[in-house]
Design a protein around this ligand. Structure first.
Ligand code: ATP
Ligand code: MG
Length: 232
């Protein structure tokens, strides 16, 4: 099995020297390709910071992040942006949809940012993803016309539209009821089991953790638990 993502002694400190906040503390994590990893732990323990450093959206204060064997710290901003666009999908904890765009336009945004025009295949894929997250026929709605849980699912469809090799999702079921959450989880499992992608998901939801291949537990910016599921 290949290591798609490697974090070596990664630290991330916010604030200034007099009042530092150590969000991550010398974290060592290796994630294998074609796996679903859940990241759990109490609020403020560093889960979102971990995800953003792993995805190359944030730079660690110290340590190394390698994605597909490439050291993100040795890349320029443009190169990292291109790597993210081509290989990474990201669902933000706060969704980050653009309010002026419709749901379908939001889903297609990564395609447009990557190269301009959307092909008919891209549009079909966006519609299919919206249907798969339970938003069939809502592609024309703007975020302001959608509930929190619906916006969250648009954000997930957007993260998947480019068929990324690795998907990072920050609490993708946080605003969903059990049944809708189970559907989202089916989709993420399918992305791993059927499409062969890799998913790292931050969650407070025991149902999500229960269906992960591995559960990483953080506390105070450190790894305090690493449980691998026994195949059924
Ligand atoms: N931009 C920032 N500036 C200063 N401190 C920050 C910043 N972002 C996060 N922190 C601090 O870093 C720590 C880790 O935050 P992080 O957002 O990673 O936690 P989390 O585990 O995702 O929490 P939650 O479950 O509430 O989303 C917290 O103490 C937080 O206050
Ligand atoms: Mg968070």
């Amino acid at each position: 099995m290949s290591n798609l993502l490697e974090l070596e002694r990664v630290s991330r400190t916010y604030g200034d020297r007099r009042r530092p906040v150590h969000a991550l503390h010398g974290l060592d994590v290796v994630v294998q390709a074609r796996s679903l990893t859940a990241v759990v732990g109490p609020s403020g323990c560093g889960k979102s910071t971990f995800l953003q450093c792993a995805a190359g959206l944030d730079r660690p204060t110290a340590g190394t992040v390698r994605l597909a064997g490439r050291d993100l710290g040795h890349m320029g901003e443009r190169e990292r942006t291109r790597l993210r666009r081509e290989h990474v999908g990201f669902v933000f904890q706060a969704f980050n949809l653009l309010p002026a765009l419709t749901a379908q336009e939001n889903v297609l945004l990564p395609v447009r940012l990557g190269g301009g025009r959307c092909s008919p295949e891209d549009v079909a894929r966006a519609r299919d993803l919206l249907a798969r997250v339970g938003l069939d026929g809502r592609g024309d709605a703007r975020p302001g016309e959608l509930s929190g849980g619906q916006q969250q699912r648009v954000a997930l469809a957007r993260a998947l539209v480019t068929a990324p090799d690795i998907v990072f999702a920050d609490e993708p079921t946080g605003s969903l009821d059990q049944e809708t959450a189970a559907g989202v989880l089916d989709l993420l499992r399918g992305v791993v089991d059927r499409d062969g992608a890799t998913v790292v998901v931050v969650t407070h939801d025991p149902a999500v953790a229960a269906r992960a291949d591995r559960v990483l537990r953080l506390a105070h910016g450190r790894l305090v638990g690493d449980t691998v599921a026994v195949p059924a």
